[in-house]
Design a protein. Sequence first.
Length: 202
Amino acid sequence: MGKNLFSAFKNLFIKSFDDELTDSRKNIVRAEVKAKKQNITDAYKTEQANAVYAKIEQMPEFKEAKTVLMYWSVSDELPTHPFIKKWSIAKTILLPVVKGQQMTIRPFVSEEMLAQGDSKIMEPMSGNDYLKTVDLVIVPGVAFDRKKKRIGRGKGYYDKYFKNKRIKKWGIGFDFQLYESLPSASYDIDMDRIITPSETIW
């Protein structure tokens, strides 16, 4: 019994150490991507976004989806506002709402019904949390790789939300956000698809 307990503690320590080392390596990637984002123009953002959404709109899973969880983009992300407004007429578009250390979701109604939340992103300020099945999630990220790994901003909201859920997860981003390989921790959730203007990783 004592031997098994020691072994369990040892494995937990090693796992924790590995995750800390991974977090440090992730921060290097975050700094690299942040530096690249300093040089992009609004025209580039729009061009890249249009290319990504043109792909998504042709994918059967998107065509069939009735509910799509997206994100209301901030200035350094692949823009989503026009796409959300366009498709909210035909589909239920959901947006994240951060509550403490957890993320829940609510339906998008209109831009006028959004307000800045605790995480400094725009969130639906009214309506109930959406608790039904979501058909598809279009996920932001700092970086993605060819094994469909994702690095976010470090808060873990999406990883916690995705845990124990069977749900389609598509990561989207600019071309320069796709890496050959990224550091990954034990608690990270892989994407099912990565879509950039130039590539789609299935």
